[in-house]
Design a protein around this ligand. Sequence first.
Ligand SMILES: [Fe+2]
Ligand SMILES: [Fe+2]
Length: 134
Amino acid sequence: MMTPERFKHYTLGIPELDNDHWELFEILNKLSIAKKNCNSDYSSILKNKFVKLFNLHTNREIELAIKWRFPFTEYHDSSHPTLIDMLYKRTKLSTSECLSELDVSDMINSLCEHIDKYDFQYVPFYKAWKEKHV
Ligand SMILES: [Fe+2]
Ligand SMILES: [Fe+2]
């Protein structure tokens, strides 16, 4: 489960991205609840919602980062497709099956790791951009 307390550690201070991240975590929290009653229809709706929002979010993130003049590297560029690929492979993201508690917590941890390792790199570029544009 992603709690508001835990989320504080993964808050960038960039509202557009933080809102998306929180929404993604909320879907994962709901997936973990769906597992308790194993509702595969609900589970597949949530999974679709997650993938849609994830794609929307990564596009938004890249668009904003270009605006902030973030120096992309190939490594950084490939981190989103790598993350979603890994989620497909490691979890049952592509099926309507209910995820296990472990799958959901794996997904939450992978997203946390990504934010920690990659998304935090945007912060100084966002701040520098904001200083010039406020
Ligand atoms: Fe990212
Ligand atoms: Fe992100």
